[in-house]
Design a protein around this ligand. Structure first.
Ligand SMILES: [Zn+2]
Length: 284
């Protein structure tokens, strides 16, 4: 697991075991807030160890940016904490997270001790504020990767924990491409110092504009590939030939996971477009 201090009292953790998934810690004078947990129990426990023993704090709040397993299955390792999320995140964890953990436990012994802990405190519209020492955290919607996504802005530092609304490879299989485009554009206008992506490395101020552009052009490239595919006799065969590089991304991203995610994006978007053939989004 990698660890870095992003600014005063703001820390970042990144998994070395699963898809470079990240989590954050905001340390207050008496307690800490974490933003997401890591996918593998031992890494979440190592993060807790650091907070309790190096920072000398207990975790009082755990914010879940969205319901996916790699961000929420560590909730159970913070038994005294209040879990915070969007209301839809709670519903989806209940509806999908619980059964998928049952299946995963049969395949992976490391998950034996994991339990799904549903959020205790949720919000639906607008924003939610959480004060940690001198820092104000603003929780707001950031959908598109999933329908329940939120981001967390550390207002004083202009650091955004974007969840999976910002990733080295935008991923739309469980979300909506138009929503994701809107979220990425909004993030690009926020005047940020850092973007902490849900997976991958921290993006620094000077890199933000290029990263936003690259993600938007990837999404428009896959949309364009779908339009071409829909006109072909064998659309799926055509899509299988569309490489990640011709869509402006590299297959080495996410520790090599980018290529299979790209394949799944193309398949999912194709199904979505078939269902909504009359509305193919803006031509560009
Ligand atoms: Zn994720």
């Amino acid at each position: 697991m990698h660890r870095e201090r992003v600014s005063e009292n703001v820390y970042w953790f990144q998994s070395e075991l699963y898809a470079q998934v990240t989590a954050g810690v905001i340390a207050g004078p008496q307690w800490a807030v974490i933003i997401d947990t890591l996918a593998i129990p031992e890494e979440t426990l190592a993060m807790r160890e650091y907070i309790e023993h190096e920072l000398g704090l207990q975790v009082r709040y755990v914010i879940n940016t969205h319901y996916h397993a790699d961000h929420t299955w560590g909730n159970c390792f913070f038994p005294g904490a209040t879990i915070v999320s969007h209301a839809l995140c709670r519903d989806l964890m209940h509806e999908k997270g619980i059964p998928s953990l049952e299946v995963a436990k049969k395949q992976n012994a490391a998950l034996r001790q994991v339990k799904v802990v549903l959020p205790h405190l949720t919000f639906e519209n607008g924003e939610m504020n959480l004060r940690v020492g001198k820092k104000n955290l603003i929780l707001g919607q950031a959908i598109g990767h999933s329908h329940d996504g939120i981001s967390v802005l550390v207002e004083e530092d202009r650091i955004l924990f974007a969840g999976d609304a910002f990733m080295p490879l935008p991923y739309v299989v469980d979300g909506n491409i138009d929503d994701l485009v809107a979220s990425i554009k909004k993030i690009g206008r926020m005047g940020l110092e850092n973007i902490v992506q849900g997976h991958g490395d921290i993006i620094l101020r000077g890199e933000i504009e290029a990263a936003v552009k690259e993600n938007l052009s990837y999404l428009s490239a896959i949309r364009k590939a779908e339009r071409t595919a829909l006109k072909r006799k064998s659309p799926l065969e055509y899509l299988d030939e569309v490489t990640i590089e011709e869509c402006g991304k590299s297959r080495v991203y996410l520790g090599g996971l980018a290529e299979p995610l790209h394949r799944r994006n193309l398949r999912a978007l194709y199904r979505h477009m078939l269902e909504n053939k009359d509305n193919l989004g803006p031509e560009e």
